[in-house]
Design a protein around this ligand. Structure first.
Ligand SMILES: NC(=O)c1ccc[n+]([C@@H]2O[C@H](COP(=O)([O-])OP(=O)(O)OC[C@H]3O[C@@H](n4cnc5c(N)ncnc54)[C@H](OP(=O)(O)O)[C@@H]3O)[C@@H](O)[C@H]2O)c1
Length: 232
């Protein structure tokens, strides 16, 4: 039985946990306020879920998802994540996060910052480009004609294979966007960002619209740096 650890159990963390429980994983949730504040979510998720402190969730996870506001990334426990594959869902929003000049000038990317903070872990960027409600509603079994794909990026091929298998179990194909430095291709406001799964029509906002690997690849290829976009 594989255990998924979650550092952060909000919109995205709670949704990944829900999909993981449905796929047969044990999940250990954590947040900043303490396990007792996650009681309702744990009850809702059922017997495969429990809540703990962040360091305990990190320790318990065979695979760990960091899904917190970016400004808190330096508080992610380092030692219990040594040697582990860590999925990073974080995005940079100036109005919420502290200003980070290296992200403003695009000399690095959000997941490279987490990788720098976790030098002994293998960070893979995933789940950052889909609205949490769509992440739940668009999950499909392998082979379904309307299955969606999600981009991933990382510097370690084996870690990316682990995350690809995890996405498959949760209901998604994966598209390899390259190394962590290529993560900008599906950062906030790019073609591969959340709008890709919004689609058209009255229910699009809630249910989302599937986007397959071909659509994700096309969006990644069309990605433009913020600086280039501002010149328009
Ligand atoms: N919302 C989306 O649809 C979406 C989609 C893709 C990616 N993302 C990105 O994914 C990340 C999480 O987004 P979200 O919408 O799930 O946020 P959220 O609903 O605000 O949840 C954030 C979670 O992080 C926890 N947290 C904050 N600081 C922490 C710390 N130091 N240690 C452990 N846990 C901590 C919070 O716990 P407390 O409540 O106890 O503080 C909460 O459980 C963000 O970077 C966001 O940009 C969001």
């Amino acid at each position: 039985m594989t255990t998924l650890g979650l550092i952060g159990s909000g919109n995205i963390g709670g949704t990944v946990a829900r999909l993981a429980v449905a796929a047969g994983y044990e999940v250990v949730l954590s947040n900043s306020r303490g396990p007792e504040t996650l009681r309702d979510l744990v009850e809702d998720l059922g017997p495969r879920a429990r809540a703990a402190l962040p360091a305990e969730a990190a320790e318990a996870g065979d695979l760990v998802v960091v899904t917190i506001p970016l400004h808190a990334h330096r508080r992610v426990p380092v030692e219990p994540l040594a040697g582990k594959v860590v999925i990073d869902t974080e995005n940079y929003y100036l109005q919420r996060d502290e200003q980070i000049p290296e992200l403003d000038d695009e000399s690095t990317t959000t997941s490279e910052l987490l990788q720098r903070h976790l030098p002994t872990s293998r960070v893979v960027k995933a789940f950052n480009n889909i609205y949490f409600k769509h992440l739940l509603s668009l999950a499909r079994p392998a082979g379904a004609p309307d299955r969606s794909a999600l981009p991933i990026a990382g510097d370690d091929a084996e870690a990316k294979a682990t995350v690809t298998a995890f996405l498959d179990a949760l209901g998604y194909d994966a598209v390899d966007a390259g190394r962590l430095a290529e993560g900008w291709r599906f950062q906030r406001d790019t073609a591969a960002y959340a709008g890709l799964y919004f689609g058209q029509g009255p229910d699009a906002g809630e249910a989302g619209t599937p986007a397959d690997a071909t659509a994700v690849r096309a969006a990644l290829a069309a990605a433009r740096r913020y600086a280039d976009t501002e010149e328009d």
